[in-house]
Design a protein. Structure first.
Lengths: 227, 227
DNA sequence: AAATATAATTATGAATTCATAATTCAGTCA
DNA sequence: TGACTGAATTATGAATTCATAATTATATTT
């Protein structure tokens, strides 16, 4: 029996969930911004029904906040939310590390190696955009290698939420260098298939990232308070 | 500034999400069962619009499966899904253990101790229903103690999904005794506020539960194949 | 002019309607 | 009898409509 994949026709609300989530994660729709249904319906060329369905889903994912009779707002990225989300992501990454080592084959490793090199190249020219992209690619590849689709979806959702923080703080040079070092160590552990240590390092890597972002936020708030 | 909580008026779709999720987790709506919109609209006394919104949310949570132009079905609880979900829950529980030890005060500990005793009492009379309830209470209290609301919501959703497995397999006496022992050890570590060890034990506890359930499923399938 | 009350407008929650896809069922033919 | 065809029915996706809550604009009072 050949496992032919079922044909999947998209519905408007599914398409809208994806598109709206992108707009939010890419900071086109800003945190706290009101989302007037009418405007979005016009720009997407759909009626309110599928749009509202999409908003309900996005609300359950934490990207928008619904207020009864007052419509939807883009959820804001708070210090508190990040402090809650990062430890969870870190715990998931630990699991990713363990599972990836268990499942990754030679071809998979090579693919990650090349992404890693792309990331190093981006770092050497201090190309932030490329670095972010390559960095994300690596993490995604590792998650893929974990072979756990549920883990993937939960991780993706949480990662997308905290990723929005990159628009409120900048990656500092010092942290950047540290992140590169951590990635080198990660590659080494991946080659050795040391799942336990890789998991721990990935967890730590994420918590360091968290600390860096929180520090940056606090400094921003500090300087803003001084105005 | 007193943080007064905003008054929250419920909407139909929110109410429906909760009620439908309950029906699914409580196995009133069986895995694989078709969900005809009309019937549910009649029994809840609402129109299709809020019901459909609720179904979209439940689909994003993984409790129902939507097929374009073919309506909704209750998601089935597969062996594969459990094998994916449990390690994630275990990873979250590990985090719960660490955070709970960090945050739990004397009053919180006493409250958990009493729930623990209730669980032991239920076990001594082999009252499955009470045991499940007390067991769930303890885990919920620990999550509450972790102080991480995002962790709580993710854990709740995943736990609800695997909880449905209790209707396809029975808790075996052997595993039951082992679970009690693990809980005793957990209480000991909680009293000592040893977060690291508690986290590891809670993770292991969950993976043991996973193994027991998978074993039970495999045995069921084995015996069914023999028919 | 500022503050309040009232009316007009707009936006939202939910029911209804409409077009179309899927399913069921009767009829036909081998 | 049993597989196929096509009409009738039903269910679904999405637009529209409707009632009401929220907001804005206008009028009134001090």
């Amino acid at each position: 029996m050949t496992a032919i994949e079922h044909i999947k026709r998209p519905t408007l609300h599914e398409e809208l969930v994806v598109r709206l989530r992108e707009l939010i994660v890419e900071d086109v729709l800003k945190p706290g911004e009101k989302i007037p249904e009418k405007d979005l319906c016009d720009s997407f060329g759909v009626s309110r029904t599928p749009l509202r369905e999409a908003l309900k889903v996005l609300a359950s994912e934490g990207f928008v906040v619904l207020q009864t009779n007052r419509g939807a707002r883009v959820a804001s990225v708070t210090r508190e939310e990040l402090l809650e989300a990062f430890p969870i992501i870190a715990a998931l990454e630990q699991l990713v590390g363990e599972l990836a080592c268990r499942n990754l084959d030679a071809a998979g490793l090579r693919s990650i190696e090349s992404r890693h090199e792309a990331m190093i190249a981006a770092y050497s020219t201090r190309n932030r955009k490329r670095y972010f992209k390559a960095n994300q690619d690596i993490h995604e590849a590792l998650i893929e290698a974990s072979g756990n689709t549920l883990l993937k979806s939960h991780h993706e959702l949480l990662a997308a939420r905290v990723q929005r923080a990159r628009f409120i703080v900048n990656l500092l040079d010092e942290r950047w260098a540290q992140a590169i070092e951590e990635h080198e160590a990660m590659m080494e552990l991946l080659r050795k298939r040391d799942g336990k240590k890789l998991g721990e390092l990935m967890k730590q890597h994420m918590m360091n990232k968290c600390a860096a972002i929180i520090r940056a936020i606090d400094e921003t708030e500090q300087s803003e308070a001084g105005n």
